[in-house]
Design a protein around this ligand. Structure first.
Ligand SMILES: C[S@@+](CC[C@H](N)C(=O)[O-])C[C@H]1O[C@@H](n2cnc3c(N)ncnc32)[C@H](O)[C@@H]1O
Length: 242
């Protein structure tokens, strides 16, 4: 006999589950408990900004494609890019990405933003045709960047024609840090070999592009270090339409 035990689905998450082919809820509860995919997914799907199932997504630093299955049915097309050929090969095995490429993320967004998303995704993907895309995602990859301006500017340009979204995580440098004070650079290379960013720096750099406005910023745990949670932030920005 099958177990009667079912997890209750919050109303705010109804859109992708009603519209998807099923299975996302199980994946969501699994990923919500560990890693970044769950928070990223719930922020996008529960956002008052709204996500449309005809949207074109690009996942930067997609790694092994861990988050891919969760976004597959939330999007008309899901593209992934990673610097590592091995990572892309593993992501390809999941068979959930419409397109995967080995490449550097800022160049990849610029390229993606110039393409006709519908044509690249193939006729079967449906959705709105047109240049650029709708959602740029970057989970646990901006820890390899100090200066976030090139990423933010390229991401805003790529989704701007469609008034799209830019969602990403950073490791958080606490406001008391010297780098977060007036005259500080806004970020720091930490002893873990990753960059951490002041929230004010991220927001002011994004707003400084003149193309993004802040939708939400949420505390998250991007990873654990020796049994202790690392402080992080999940940002969601909306690009202003051209
Ligand atoms: C910590 S993993 C995160 C993987 C995935 N986003 C996840 O959350 O499961 C970081 C990934 O970013 C990739 N990466 C690092 N710098 C990059 C860059 N400049 N452009 C594209 N990918 C990059 C690495 O190869 C690695 O696969």
């Amino acid at each position: 006999m099958m177990s009667e035990k079912k997890e209750k689905m919050p109303d705010a998450l109804s859109l992708p589950f009603i519209s998807g082919t099923g299975g996302e809820w199980t994946l969501y509860t699994k990923f919500q408990k560990k890693g970044l995919c769950g928070p990223l997914f719930s922020t996008l799907s529960a956002s008052p900004e709204g996500v449309d199932l005809s949207f074109f997504f690009i996942f930067l630093g997609c790694g092994t494609g861990l988050c891919g299955p969760l976004f597959r049915n939330l999007s008309a097309s899901l593209e992934g890019v990673d610097l590592s050929e091995n990572m892309v090969a593993l992501a390809r095995n999941r068979q959930v990405y419409n397109h995967l490429a080995v490449g550097e993320l800022v160049e990849a967004i610029q390229h993606w933003g110039r393409q006709d998303a519908g044509a690249r995704a193939g006729a079967g993907a449906g959705g709105n045709a047109g240049v650029g895309g709708d959602v740029v995602l970057a989970a646990d990859v901006l820890v390899y960047f100090g200066n976030l301006e090139p990423f933010l500017s390229a991401a805003a340009d790529a989704v701007r024609r469609r008034g799209g979204l830019v969602a990403f995580t950073t490791e958080r440098l606490e406001p008391a840090a010297t780098e977060c004070q007036r005259g500080g650079g806004g970020w720091k290379l930490t002893t873990s070999g990753r960059y951490a960013h002041c929230a004010d720096y991220v927001v002011s750099t994004a707003l400084g592009t003149g193309k993004l406005r802040l939708s939400s910023a949420q505390d998250i745990t991007p990873r654990w270090n020796r049994g202790k949670p690392v402080a992080g932030t999940l940002f969601l920005f909306r690009a202003s339409e051209l």
